[in-house]
Design a protein around this ligand. Sequence first.
Ligand SMILES: [Zn+2]
Length: 416
Amino acid sequence: MARLRVDPGVKGRLGAEGLASLKRELRAVDCQTCGRAFGRWEPAALTVEAVGDDAVASLHHPKCAPPGWHDLETTDRLRQLPHQTWRAALLTLAAHGHDDLMFLVNPAYEVARLTRDAGRWQVSTMELFAHCGLGLELLDGVIPLPALSAVVDTDRLTVDVSLLGTVVERWDVAGPSFPPQAAAILATKDWLTILVTTALDAGETVRHNPVPSLLKSKQVRLGAAAVHYTEAAQRLRPTDFAEGDRWTELLALIHASVELATGAEPATGVLEAAMACCHGDSGPITQLPPQDRTVASAFVAQSYESQNVGGVHVMVPDAAAAAAYLQLFSGLSEMTGSSAALLTREPAGEDILAEFEADVVIGTPEQFVATYEQHRQNAGDWGPDETRARLALTVSADVRRRAGELLARYPRTAIV
Ligand SMILES: [Zn+2]
């Protein structure tokens, strides 16, 4: 913490204890008036503006804003603070034999909220997050909150905090801070634990797991954010598949399996269309006649399923299409060893449909939506799920539309 310039008026109102707790919170990164960084040895002026029992403390270059306490009539008069620094990082923590991922953020470096209670001013920056439902226990970090959302893009992870439908905070990690390994861990579950704290600098390398001590000192708020993916992030790409000979061998195996299962050699163009789809181009596959499209989809699903952790969901327009897909995939499963199952009914009560856990699951989008909802409510186990489907294949753009928001939950999607 840089040296602080504190006015006697501020000292008098906050008291030694209040001032000490404020000093622990504040970090002098940028001046809240001009937005420029503080020099290494430059003191920061502490300015407090109060309206009734609420106040905002902020740091400035002494030349930009002198230290002092200002009582204001209304919140309209509060100074705008557009230069507030926040920093976020992804923590990879080993837990129960697998790597888990958490999003750590310090939302306020040079700004702190204060509240007066029974005549004493106390730091209350974290109260906004308590208000949004974030809690003080580890369990609070696994149950998705309506106030939190996480969106995964190709090289960026963005977390939003909403209050009454308005986004009040938005943080992200991008580029090298959001490596493919992090995306891979994220794909094993459909929520992300968000840790909000003003007690440490999230921009510094975290050497030890900070969570236990933060929890112990109650200096953190935890919540889980439902994870969604942008369409760009969901596109299949070459890195999802083995390269060169390995992929050629695999395709040859699938080719032979398709021939055995259908009693005919795949038509010309089927393999090429499937490979284009695996590289993010669904153009050729959607031009194929229905029968060949089914076969090409099987190539995509089997290639993906055999090279990636997690299953494939095939969303079809109707029961007739479902039957055709099941026949082909069941035939293939005898040779490839991956299981295929059909969603035949909407789930009822507390039973978890075993079909939902198959390597390849086939059904209408409506059946997937209902099964997902039921699964989420009854699964009980909030841990990462290795069997979770990573890829959704939607047969036609209309099926994609019918799947609605559910589709955004898959790390990868393709129209086939
Ligand atoms: Zn300044």
